[in-house]
Design a protein around this ligand. Structure first.
Ligand SMILES: Cc1cc2nc3c(=O)[nH]c(=O)nc-3n(C[C@H](O)[C@H](O)[C@H](O)COP(=O)(O)OP(=O)(O)OC[C@H]3O[C@@H](n4cnc5c(N)ncnc54)[C@H](O)[C@@H]3O)c2cc1C
Length: 598
């Protein structure tokens, strides 16, 4: 079974030494007393929950999968999932960062972010059951009526009930404007909803007393396309006046998908057969509410890959120290052994460091985003709220796509470290690769994320938000530009920041003349932007490490950080040159290919 040791030291480094999250959050009244010790202590316990309760169910959940009773439509989750969920609820874990008005503990979101990274390392399939509830909760919190909040939020905060997002239909995934599910208004103000949804994660299960589906549907006579889509709450069980689950609603699981990974999570075909739903927000403005959930889910999906990258790295590192094969090119290293451990080989180190650099860079970015999310909602200064929201919206597609693509690279590299033993099931490495693969697809494919970034978030506002983040990078460059010791990090970052401005203007100009140019460049563009962001965080992490080392701190953690930063800038960051070149090669070589694709 794979091993997992919660990366608490690195989380603490990012939170308290690099980003100084308690200082950042201090102006927010409800976080004025949030202190590092409490956050660390909670995460220490959270790490135990992830590694002792959830991790042991990862391989068995993958092997067993979920089963559907075709008569009752009940779904049984793998052995142990339900009991682990009960412990999760009893331990108060769902409520960590929940609103105190609804029974939450009111801790900063960053605590939940780090806790969920650990859960994802331990078992992505299990974590998706409670994970989706947070996004559904956020959408209802932002757009629900008082009555809806009163009925659902308390139970969703405590985890007694879970949530889903029901968007996809057989003929529409990316293009939700094609949606057919219908909502007929009823005299009592509710809606009768009918349609078929597919691929609904955690769509049916035996872990909670009720499932609160957030369903997109089209009200009778709604305009065609995305402008006619509305959002509804459709509970599995109707809620009685006393707040307990009542009659069964007409929404059930018609089938379970057989799939490549996340076998322990029920990917349900959902039949909606005249179910009763209530409208969330305004008619035909369903995407506004759903976007709250989608944005939360996009950050959540990036976090899934971050978790998998970390756990894959830890196991590959341990294996590489233990497995002996061949001798080092530069002479025997383990004289007492018939061969050297494979960690002596440069390419094995490259694979390990790739995963480590992507995990630690991703962690810094994800924690930064969790702080932005809190600032966007609760900071007393309106300008800080606005700026935080804008930067977060720029970074969201990067978190979703860059972290999940990196997860793909990293879990594959870590599997490769095991040679043939990575490909067979015994070590659990191939499961990380399989489980990660969906992260690049759902919640808007990574191509769609790249179009969102380049088309909407960057060119859509003439690069204004990108410039805002550019200023943040510029401040670090100005601060460290004369520090020789930081030159190996600051110089490449400064070069890319400058190139990015020109690169963006160029793509904007070409895209204005021919929109296919944006589509042809977007995926490469997002990866360049991802490295710009990672470069910034790696430079900040190197800055702290250098200061500690200069001050005589002998903790090997700082040297390790510095070496990883050097590796990142030397071996991964330069990919940006190729990416800009391929992006600049334009759309013609793609679009003038009818003969090639005939
Ligand atoms: C295991 C699993 C769990 C899921 N969980 C959920 C869930 O909980 N709730 C839910 O609602 N959905 C869920 N989904 C659905 C998922 O979000 C969709 O599969 C995904 O958004 C892609 O939609 P699609 O499969 O219809 O592909 P399509 O939309 O048909 O896309 C096919 C390909 O075309 C590309 N493409 C499409 N349009 C464009 C464009 N304009 N420009 C460039 N490329 C384009 C896509 O990137 C993709 O590569 C899940 C799917 C799976 C497999």
């Amino acid at each position: 079974m794979p091993q997992y040791s919660p990366p608490l030291r690195d989380m603490q480094f990012v939170m308290h030494e690099v980003l100084k999250v308690t200082d950042e959050l201090k102006p927010i009244a409800k976080y004025a007393d949030a202190d590092a010790e409490t956050m660390n202590a909670i995460l220490e316990e959270g790490g135990k929950f992830a590694s002792e309760v959830v991790l042991p169910l990862n391989i068995s959940g993958d092997e067993e999968g979920c089963t559907l009773d075709p008569v009752t439509h009940a779904v049984t989750t793998p052995k142990g999932f339900k009991e682990a969920y009960k412990k999760y609820v009893e331990g108060g874990w769902p409520a960590l960062s929940g609103d105190t008005d609804f029974g939450g503990q009111g801790l900063p979101l960053v605590v939940n972010q780090c806790f969920y990274e650990m859960l994802n390392s331990a078992n992505q399939a299990w974590t998706m059951y409670p994970g989706l509830t947070h996004g559904a909760h956020a959408a209802l919190h932002a757009h629900g009526t008082d009555e809806q909040k009163k009925t659902y939020l308390q139970k969703m905060t405590t985890g007694e009930w879970t949530g889903t997002m029901c968007l996809t239909e057989p003929h529409c995934g990316t293009d939700l404007g094609l949606m057919r599910t219908k909502a007929e208004p009823q005299p009592d103000g509710t809606y009768k909803i009918t349609g078929n949804k597919i691929f609904i994660s955690a769509g049916e299960h035996d872990m909670a007393d009720n499932i609160i589906h957030l369903v997109l549907a089209r009200i009778t006579d709604a305009p065609p396309g995305i402008k006619g889509v509305s959002l509804f709450i459709v509970p599995k069980f109707m809620v009685k006046p006393d707040g307990t689950p009542g009659e069964r609603n007409g929404i059930y699981c018609g089938g379970l998908e057989h799939k490549m990974g996340i076998h322990g999570n029920a990917t349900a075909q959902i039949v909606i057969d005249g179910a009763i739903g209530t409208l969330v927000g305004q008619p035909n403005k369903g995407m506004q509410g759903m976007f709250v959930m989608m944005n939360a889910a996009r950050l959540g999906v990036g976090n899934q890959s971050l978790g998998l990258t970390e756990v894959a790295y830890q196991n590959a590192l341990a294996y590489a120290k233990d497995r002996i094969q061949m001798r080092s090119l530069s002479g025997v290293k383990a004289k007492d052994k018939p061969a050297d451990p494979i960690i002596v080989h440069p390419d094995v180190r490259k694979m390990l460091l790739t995963a480590k650099a992507y995990a630690e860079g991703g962690r810094a970015l994800a924690i930064y985003c969790a702080v932005l999310l809190d600032k966007e909602h609760y900071h007393p200064d309106e300008k800080v709220r606005k700026d935080s929201g804008e930067v977060l919206s720029l970074l969201t597609p990067i978190v979703k796509a860059f972290l999940t693509d990196n997860g793909h690279i990293a879990t594959n590299a870590c599997m490769q470290v095991f040679g043939g033993h990575g490909f067979i099931k015994e070590w659990g490495m191939e499961q990380f690769v399989r489980d990660n693969r969906i992260n690049m697809i759902y919640e808007g494919t990574n191509t769609i994320q790249s179009l969102d970034l380049l088309g909407r978030k960057v060119l859509g506002n003439n690069g204004a938000t990108l410039k805002k983040f550019g200023k943040i990078i510029g401040a670090l460059i100005a601060e460290e530009g004369v520090n020789e010791k930081m030159a190996e990090f600051i110089n490449p970052l400064a070069v890319l920041a400058e190139q990015m401005t020109k690169f963006t203007t160029e793509l904007g100009f070409k895209g204005f003349q021919n929109p296919d140019e944006v589509g042809a460049a977007a995926v490469d563009y997002l990866r360049v932007a991802g490295h710009l962001v990672f470069g910034y965080f790696w430079a900040r992490m190197a800055q702290v490490a250098l200061r500690e080392i200069a001050a005589g701190n002998a903790d090997p953690f700082y040297l390790a950080k510095l070496q990883t930063a050097r590796f990142y800038f030397a071996k991964l960051f330069p990919e940006t040159a190729t990416l800009m070149r391929t992006a600049r090669s334009g759309s013609k070589v793609l679009m003038d290919t009818d003969a090639a694709l005939a």
